[in-house]
Each structure stands twice: as C-alpha cells, then as structure tokens.
Ligand binder design. Structure first.
Ligand code: COA
Ligand code: MG
Length: 293
C-alpha cells in the first residue's frame, strides 16, 4: 500500500496529455488541479475529466489520486467537490485556508458526499495549504485534532506574497524573505503538532535539477517528509531526496542498537544520544521501509 506523500505532482485537471504523462511519472500521488492552473472557461470540462480519470483509475496501489479544489471561500468549491467525490479521490488538497475550521467544514462536506456517492465513510483525506492567506498565519496552531481525515499540511509563498501586496517574496540574494521563511517554519511546526505530514512547497524553477535536489535535501533535514512537484522531471529528484540514504539507514540501525539496553541516554561515536535521537532513527527506518514497499 502506497500511503506516503513523498512526491505530489500537480497536473492541470483539463489536460488529457498531462494526465497520461503524470501516470507514468513515478509520483506517490498526483494532484489533479481544479484551481489556479485551470482557466475559468475550462473549469466545467476539467471537473468532468477529473471525475472520469478517478473513475477509470480505481487501483491506487501504485499512485494515489488527489484533487485540488477551489477555496471554500469561493462558490466553486462545492460544485468541484460534488463533481469529483464519486470518483473516490484519495484526498483533497485544500488551498487558501484561513484556519482549521476550513478542514473541519470540508470534513463535513465530504461525509455528506461520501454517503451520497457510496464511497466508504472517511475514505477521502485532506491536506491543507495552510499559509496562503495572512490570516492563516495566526491560526496554524489550530489544526491538531480538527479532523481524522487530515493527513498533512503544506505551505505556499506565491499566494501569500500576492495577498500581502509584496512585489516579490525574495531578497537581493534570491533567498525567501523572512515572512515566507516564517510561513515555512510555522507550517512545519503546525504539521508536527497536529501529528500529520509536513509537505514542502513547490520549487518553481523546474529546469534546475541541482537546485531542486539541494532544496529538497534542506527540506528533509528540516523535518519535511515530502514535497510538491509541478513537472514530471522533478519527481525522481524528490523521490530520491526524501528517501533516506544507505548511510542514513545504517546509522539509524546503530542508534537503535545503542539503545537496546533500555537506557535513556547512551554514547555513540563520542556523542550523547537521548530519546529524540532514538525517535529520529525510528523515523528514518520507517520512511525507508515505506518508500521501498
Ligand atoms: N504533469 C504532467 N505532465 C506534465 C506536467 C505536469 N505537471 N508538466 C509538463 N508535463 C508534460 C508536458 O505535457 C510534456 O509532455 P509531452 O512531451 O507529451 O508534450 C512534457 O511533460 C514536457 O513538458 P515541458 O515542455 O518541459 O513543459 P511545459 O512547457 O509543457 O509545461 C508547465 C510547463 C509549468 C506549464 C507544466 O509543467 C505544468 O503545467 N505544471 C503544473 C502547473 C500547475 O498545476 N500549477 C498549479 C500548482 S502551483
Ligand atoms: Mg496557489
């Protein structure tokens, strides 16, 4: 069973060509998009295409199928959901949330639609894009326990800077400005506090594979468990970056062995290790097992 969300590839919901390409991309999940990559004039046809794609691809053992719907603050969200839940998407990526209330409200909509469509109750999971509005930044602590469907949180710098009225989200050196680094860190902490997966945002320069690898490795080191892709070429790089290396795995085994005596603090290679190190080692092995499966 592929339950991980290491690589999530965005596919515009109205592009038959990209749907085919996405299927062969090796992404853990596709995110069939009904929001910003679909022009308003194509939304209706995109809903039908996404629904048909979901229905035609019921076996999700190799690749999960998620859908990004329009924000709940718009009048497009309910028609989006109504059109696609019958196809039993593995999850909904919910953009531009303002607090966990959005996830709770989506949970209720999904419960009703699952009942109507004969989809198992609670099947459809949720990942919230939790930093796209300024108001959301002050409510990131509210996600814990908001819905058993919540599987992850991700963040975005593009919509936030446009909402703020910033002309760019980068500084002179090309690094993310403090406001957006804050969004990244708060998303990470909020996800961990809610016991769901922290998923890193897109790397927009899709021809720069070296930059993507560095950016993904930095995200893994920070604690993110996966990353969103916008181009199929990004998927193998993300999959590799978030797969613990052989050295990571070997070291994790040594850490676990060092704790075998039951002691709470041990020494390894001249360094003190305590419970957080043991937890981290178990996490590395769990990630490695999951992605090998
Ligand atoms: N999913 C599936 N297939 C994709 C893809 C994607 N996200 N992006 C590109 N492809 C396909 C192209 O259709 C093309 O296939 P073809 O050879 O059969 O024509 C191939 O991969 C190579 O594409 P390329 O020419 O390198 O890129 P492009 O100029 O066609 O597309 C983008 C560039 C950015 C428009 C495209 O990558 C895209 O649509 N990304 C997703 C955008 C999105 O969903 N954004 C919302 C979230 S931020
Ligand atoms: Mg957006």
């Amino acid at each position: 069973m592929n339950a991980g969300l290491r690589s999530m590839l965005f596919v515009p919901g109205d592009s038959a060509r990209k749907l085919v390409k996405g299927a062969g991309s090796g992404a853990d999940a596709l995110v069939l998009d009904l929001e910003d990559s679909v022009p308003a004039s194509r939304l209706s046809i995109a809903r039908t295409m996404v629904r048909d794609y979901l229905t035609a691809n019921r076996d999700r053992s190799a690749q999960q199928l998620w859908v990004r719907v329009n924000p709940l603050s718009t009048d497009k969200a309910l028609p989006d959901l109504s059109a696609i839940v019958g196809g039993a998407p593995d999850g909904i990526l919910l953009p531009k949330t303002t607090s966990a209330n959005d996830a709770t409200m989506l949970d209720h909509f999904l419960s009703a639609l699952e009942a109507r469509e004969g989809v198992d109750a609670g099947y459809v999971r949720i990942v919230a894009v939790a930093t796209e509005t300024p108001a959301a930044m002050f409510t990131l602590g509210t996600f814990a326990g908001c819905s058993p469907r919540l599987a992850g949180l991700t963040w975005g710098a593009e919509d936030l800077s446009s909402a703020v009225g910033a002309s760019t989200n980068r500084n002179e050196k090309g690094e993310l400005d403090f406001t957006y680094q804050l969004a990244r860190s708060l998303c990470l902490l909020a996800a961990v506090a809610a016991d769901v997966e922290p998923i890193d945002t897109v790397y927009v320069d899709f021809r720069d594979s070296k930059g993507l690898m560095e950016n993904s490795r930095a995200a893994l080191r920070a604690g993110f468990t996966g990353k969103i892709a916008i181009h199929p070429d990004q998927v193998p790089i993300i999959n590799e970056a978030f797969m613990p290396t052989a050295e990571d795995v070997a070291y994790a085994h040594r850490v676990i062995e060092a704790f075998a005596s039951g002691a709470g603090t041990v020494g390894l290679d001249g360094k003190m290790l305590d419970m957080p190190h043991l937890k981290q080692a178990e996490r590395v092995l769990a990630m490695s097992r999951r992605h090998k499966a």
